[in-house]
Write a protein that binds this ligand. Structure first.
Ligand code: MN3
Length: 200
C-alpha cells in the first residue's frame, strides 16, 4: 500500500511565497487522493506490489489510472522535498558549475526553466533532469514525468515544479508567472544537489 509522506515542514513554512492554505489542500487533499486512487488502481492486477519506480518505468503497460495517480504520487513526493523555508538563492559547488556549463549561467537556466513552466499548456510539470549525464530542461503534461516510458524526454528529475492551477490559484489566481518567480525563493538547492550527485 502506498502512503502519503508527511510534509518536512509546517503548512505555513513557505509563506509568503506559497501560502499555508494552498499547502494544506495540496498535500492533504490532492496528494492524498493520488495515493488513494493509486492503491485502488493497482489492486488485484499486475501493478500490485510493484514499486513506484517500477510502475513509472513500465507505465505504458498499466492503466491510465496508474499513470495519472502513480505520477501524481511520485511527483508530489519529490516536490515537497524540493522546497524549504531555508531555500532560495543559487546552487553551489559542482551543481552550480555544471548548470553554468550547460546553460551559460544560473539566470539563463532559470529563464529556460521558467519558459518550460509558463508555456506548458494546461496542467503539468517543468523539470530539470539528468539525461545521459547531461542536464536538460523539459516539461510534461498532467502527472506524467520523465521517468515514464512514454515521456518525450526521459531522464532522472532533480528539480520539478508543479504548474497545475491547484498549486497556485488560491494565492496567485491566473498569474502563473508570479507563482513561478516566487517559487525560486523556496527551492531547496541542497536537495537538488543531493539528487544530482545520485543521478550521474
Ligand atoms: Mn499538485
Amino acid at each position: 500500500m502506498f502512503e502519503l509522506p508527511s510534509l518536512p515542514y509546517e503548512f505555513a513554512a513557505l509563506e509568503p511565497h506559497i501560502d499555508a492554505r494552498t499547502m494544506e489542500i495540496h498535500h492533504g487533499k490532492h496528494h492524498q487522493a493520488y495515493v488513494n486512487n493509486l492503491n485502488n488502481a493497482v489492486k488485484g492486477n499486475a501493478g500490485e506490489g510493484k514499486s513506484l519506480e517500477e510502475l513509472m518505468a513500465n507505465v505504458s503497460k498499466h492503466s491510465m489510472a496508474v499513470r495519472n495517480n502513480g505520477g501524481g504520487h511520485w511527483n508530489h513526493s519529490l516536490f515537497w522535498q524540493l522546497m524549504s523555508p531555508a531555500g532560495g538563492g543559487n546552487p553551489e559547488g559542482k551543481l552550480l558549475a555544471d548548470i553554468t556549463a550547460a546553460f551559460g549561467s544560473v539566470e539563463s537556466f532559470k529563464e529556460q526553466f521558467n519558459t518550460a513552466a509558463t508555456t506548458r499548456f494546461g496542467s503539468g510539470w517543468a523539470w530539470l533532469v539528468v539525461h545521459d549525464g547531461k542536464l536538460v530542461v523539459t516539461s510534461t503534461p498532467n502527472q506524467d514525468n520523465p521517468l515514464m516510458d512514454i515521456a518525450d524526454v526521459k531522464g532522472t528529475p532533480i528539480l520539478g515544479l508543479d504548474v497545475w492551477e491547484h498549486a497556485y490559484y488560491l494565492h496567485y489566481q491566473n498569474r502563473r508567472p508570479d507563482y513561478i518567480n516566487a517559487w525560486w525563493n523556496v527551492v531547496n538547492w541542497k536537495k537538488v544537489a543531493e539528487l544530482y550527485t545520485a543521478a550521474h
